[in-house]
Design a binder for this molecule. Structure first.
Ligand SMILES: Nc1ncnc2c1ncn2[C@@H]1O[C@H](COP(=O)(O)OP(=O)(O)OP(=O)(O)O)[C@@H](O)[C@H]1O
Ligand SMILES: [Mg+2]
Length: 140
């Protein structure tokens, strides 16, 4: 199967009321396609972390999920502010989340580590002031 778009979703800054919506829609789409639970779980976790990062840390963005016979590719693009120090952001426990966000249960500084752990390939492209693109690939 040639790669095609499975789902595309716009995500607004600070919109906690819709937090988890994209990943749960995706989970349902994967279930309908008969994708194995072992794969679906990994894709859903990765997408959830990206979705929450857009809500919490960015000015808004979108997630696009592509599927082919070989893999599922999750791309999260946002409009800024970008990540100044990617290596530091990847350190387990590092978080810039404020008290409000922490009180909601986020900000453990584990999201990017989770994405890395559950994907076969993970890249971060970021430019300060411009935005960030996370790409994760999960192979079948
Ligand atoms: N889309 C983004 N735009 C700008 N900065 C980001 C973005 N995503 C992550 N970051 C930065 O990277 C840090 C680490 O992200 P990570 O997802 O690992 O942890 P967290 O979101 O702070 O906490 P958790 O995911 O455990 O709730 C964030 O605290 C933030 O500073
Ligand atoms: Mg996070």
């Amino acid at each position: 199967m040639r790669e095609q778009v499975l789902l595309q979703s716009k995500i607004a800054q600070g919109d906690f009321s819709r937090g988890g919506e994209t990943s749960s829609n995706l989970k349902e789409a994967l279930r309908k396609l008969g994708i194995k639970l072992t794969i679906s779980r990994r894709v859903t976790i990765v997408t959830y972390e990206m979705e929450m990062n857009i809500i919490i840390h960015s000015l808004g963005g979108q997630i696009t999920v592509y599927i082919s016979s070989e893999q599922i590719r999750v791309v999260a693009e946002d409009l800024g502010p970008g990540i100044a120090d990617v290596e530091r952001a990847l350190q387990p426990g590092y978080s810039t989340a404020d008290d409000y966000v922490r009180a909601l249960g986020f900000g453990a500084g584990m999201g990017l580590n989770n994405i890395k752990h559950y994907s076969d390939h993970f890249t971060i492209e970021t430019e300060e002031g411009k935005g960030t693109t996370f790409t994760a690939i999960i192979n079948f």
